[in-house]
Design a protein around this ligand. Structure first.
Ligand code: ATP
Ligand code: MG
Length: 283
């Protein structure tokens, strides 16, 4: 049987979450910092640990079958790959930022200005689509210090909390793209059995992460009101309790509805609400 290869970041912001996701998919492998390749003992898969910039091309060229990388890197390298699954981590935005005391006050005011970035391809497309002619200065890192050094009037860089901008006297000015980590594959190979099996495992882990298992006690008389608040995977399970007027209700709730639902449930008479994490949901 063919052994697949998946490329993930060797070290950096996406490494830990990528390793965690693969481990949660039930894949057994050693995660030595020194190794560049690690075989999975219970699935025909090898993990390649690479610089994130190289991942899209490795997948496009078939050196790796799959990869986990930020959308920003894919867009910047302009490769043809299949987006298989958004992964919900590594969220950030590529933004144009300007010094706090800058007189740039509209997109048009960027005309003729110098913008430093490590994302010239994406920035160029953005500027063109807004009919702006600016001077893109491509640098390989520490973009945020370039206005202070007089190298540029603005920067275009990845931002998550905005802390780095702030500490360099910069403020966000325009959103160029938002990004998160995605699972990519080689175009045309998405339907192979092994790849589908892996995608399904990944999806079951992501689904589980988005949901919580909730157990609560409720007076039998209020059961209808309570079950109306609980969507469940199909419908909630209702279990008899020793105390005959009470039941225990078991269900699964999407995390995003969580706090809303909990207060509504309490109002409807629910007690002893226990919330548990879920490892996997296979549907
Ligand atoms: P490598 O050594 O692999 O080339 P890198 O230094 O290019 O790593 P990291 O800083 O580790 O990259 O970021 C990896 C990815 O994490 C980014 O491409 C982006 O998709 C995502 N990311 C999330 N938040 C941020 C952030 N605040 N700044 C930069 N990248 C972020
Ligand atoms: Mg990189």
């Amino acid at each position: 049987m063919k052994t697949l290869k998946i490329a993930i970041q060797k070290s950096g912001r996406l490494n830990e979450k990528s390793v965690e996701l693969l481990k949660n998919c039930g894949l057994n492998f050693e995660n030595y910092k020194s190794s560049l390749i690690s075989p999975v003992s219970n699935f025909p898969l090898e993990i390649l640990f690479l610089r994130d910039d190289d991942i899209p091309e490795y997948v496009q060229d078939g050196i790796a079958d799959l990869g986990i990388v930020g959308e920003n890197v894919i867009q910047e390298t302009e490769v043809e790959v299949a987006y298989l699954q958004r992964l919900g981590f590594g969220r950030c935005s590529l933004k144009i930022a300007i010094p706090n005391n800058s007189d740039i006050n509209s997109l048009a005011a960027l005309n003729g200005k110098a913008i430093a970035t490590t994302y010239p391809v994406i920035l160029n497309k953005y500027l063109q689509s807004n009919s702006i002619e600016a001077d893109i200065r491509t640098i390989s890192g520490s973009v945020e210090i370039s206005p202070g050094l007089g190298l540029s009037d603005a920067i275009c860089d990845l931002v998550s909390t905005g802390g780095t901008l702030k500490s360099n006297g910069l403020k966000p000015f325009a959103d160029v793209m938002s990004s998160e980590a995605v699972l990519i594959g080689r175009k045309g190979e998405e339907n192979s059995d092994l790849i589908q099996e892996l995608i399904q495992r990944v999806q079951s882990v992501l689904r589980a992460k988005e949901t919580k298992y909730v157990v609560l006690n409720a007076p039998k008389a209020n059961l209808d009101a309570i079950t109306a608040l609980l969507p469940g995977v199909k419908s909630p399970s209702v279990v008899a309790l020793a105390e005959s007027d009470w039941v225990a209700v078991h269900t699964v709730i999407p995390e995003r509805d969580f706090w809303d639902r909990i207060s509504q449930l309490k109002q409807a008479g629910a007690q002893g609400i226990v919330v548990l994490p879920i490892e996997k949901i296979i549907i």
